[in-house]
Design a protein around this ligand. Structure first.
Ligand code: NAD
Length: 448
């Protein structure tokens, strides 16, 4: 009998027929291969450690690990010089078990599907740890925002928003700011969505200006949340914030607020850095001068308030508390042995690799993990979303008080689990969160 023809585009090779061609290595995608990236590897390793701790079965592991929905979009944007340039954007929704999904939008040159998948997974577990009724999501556009004009950024934001429109909504998936996005981008985003659906929809994003239905306290929420967590953990360690020497990598929305809030509590900010450069000063950088400099010049480059430092080198400056507040994978097996700090507070998402985690653990340097430390942003985003749903506004004092309450409860859960399991705060935080989402998934069972 004549052998069936191979599907078009697939060449017949070898003696085994086209079935064997499809089995060939180049056609195989390993489980999770769609999301392959360094950050996804980090997220999976962290997940597996906690899943082992909970002795999760294999079915539940894959339900809790792999993102539910992913969208990749390519779209053109008109540049100021009249040319069209094509951009790639993403939106990944990790878990749909407990409510709408929630997560930031970032503009950066390294944004990829794998990076968004990892960040979306961390959002799921951050929300679960903090008792927020959301699953995790993340999105972004691969671009260098520092090389785009305001007009180009507006057109890019509006086009990206309309491209991902089928997947988002105030009860479906609610974006928020992340790296290189803020109130301005959220305003464009909300306006684009509202134009499409025909009525004003403030609940489509959080992190909006107050005039558009944003909440008091959102702008500073992530940085302030890091400080509240740090205070709660230091208190348990018997240390005071007053007098701590702090080094902060990243001087944007999150890093600058941490510097200001910690300096106001008597800490000495011994080093700061952004993408252009860093500064160190053992007796303390004048934080307000640095903020004013960045306000005027956009970057720290040229700031004379301390000795100039390379942005990587500053991680190794002698200090008590090191706060990575910029990028992922900054503390690695290479530099972890040289860190000269007593504690790491992860304001950025995924700043520490699993290999570095091991080294820090062996060296007795505690880490306040990202899913706890930087959860203030999504917590106040939740408050903003609730206020939009209720059409009722809270004042800043109320927002700050509720934020502190939520984060202190999160710290309590992590400390309790770390003690009970005898593990690091990262493993404990992940285990508490994964158990919560796992329980919800079990109760909903599998459709159909
Ligand atoms: P941002 O864009 O406002 O600031 C980022 C800062 O990092 C800038 O100062 C930038 O110059 C600096 N930076 C970039 N590359 C660097 C490098 N190689 N070395 C040193 N500095 C570098 O972003 P952000 O909102 O402050 O976010 C910072 C981190 O916090 C990210 O990991 C983000 O995912 C996380 N985060 C942000 C929020 C939020 O509400 N904005 C919430 C949770 C977590």
């Amino acid at each position: 009998m004549a052998e069936e023809a191979p599907p078009s585009g697939i060449e017949r090779r070898g003696s085994g027929g086209w079935d064997s061609v499809l089995e060939a290595e180049e056609y195989q995608v390993a489980p999770g291969g769609e999301w392959r990236s360094e950050l996804w590897r980090v997220a999976v390793e962290q997940f597996n450690r906690a899943a082992d701790l909970l002795a999760l079965d294999q079915d539940l592991r894959s339900r809790l690990l792999e993102p539910r929905r992913s969208l990749v979009v390519n779209f053109p944007v008109r540049m100021d010089d009249g040319e069209l340039r094509s951009f790639t954007g993403y939106r990944v929704q990790h878990a749909l078990t407990v409510g709408p999904t929630k997560g930031g939008i970032r503009y950066a040159p390294a944004v990829s599907l794998g990076e968004c998948a990892a960040l979306a997974m961390w959002m799921t577990y951050k929300c679960a740890l903090l008792d927020l009724p959301f699953g995790g999501a993340k999105g972004g556009v691969r671009c260098d925002p520092n090389r785009l004009s305001d007009g180009e950024l507006e057109r890019l934001t509006r086009r990206y928003a309309s491209e991902i429109l089928p997947l988002i909504g105030p009860d479906v998936d609610i974006p928020a700011p992340d790296m290189a996005t803020g109130e301005r981008e959220m305003s464009w985003f909300m306006d684009t969505y509202s134009q499409q659906v025909g009525h004003s929809t403030p609940g489509i994003v959080t992190g909006k200006p107050i005039a558009l239905g944003g909440t008091a306290g959102r702008r500073v929420a992530t940085g302030l949340g890091v400080v509240y967590c740090l205070e709660a953990v230091l208190d348990r360690l018997g240390w005071n914030v007053d007098g701590q020497r702090v080094a902060i990598q990243g001087f944007g929305t999150v890093g600058a607020v941490i510097a200001r809030e910690l300096a106001a509590r008597g800490a000495t900010i011994v080093a700061i850095a952004d993408v252009t450069s860093g500064a160190q000063r053992p007796d303390g950088i004048e934080v307000e001068d640095a903020i004013a400099w960045v306000g005027e010049h956009r970057f720290l480059r040229g700031f004379r308030g301390g000795e100039a430092t390379e942005r990587q080198e500053m991680l190794e400056v002698p200090c008590d508390v090191l706060v990575p507040a910029a990028l992922e994978c900054q503390i690695t097996a290479d530099n972890a042995p040289r860190l000269d700090c007593r504690l790491v507070a992860e304001a950025a998402n995924g700043p520490t690799t699993p290999e570095a985690d091991e080294i820090l653990h062996e060296r007795g340097i505690p880490v306040i993990p990202d899913v706890l430390a930087n959860a203030g942003g999504v917590t106040v985003s939740y408050f903003e979303w609730v206020q939009a749903q209720q059409k009722y506004l809270w004042d800043e004092e109320e927002v700050r008080a509720r934020l502190r309450e939520h984060l202190e409860a999160g710290v309590e859960r992590v400390e309790e689990a770390a003690g009970r399991f005898g593990v690091t705060r990262r493993d404990a935080a992940q285990a508490v969160a994964i158990r919560r989402v796992g329980e919800a998934a079990r109760l909903r069972a599998v459709f159909p």
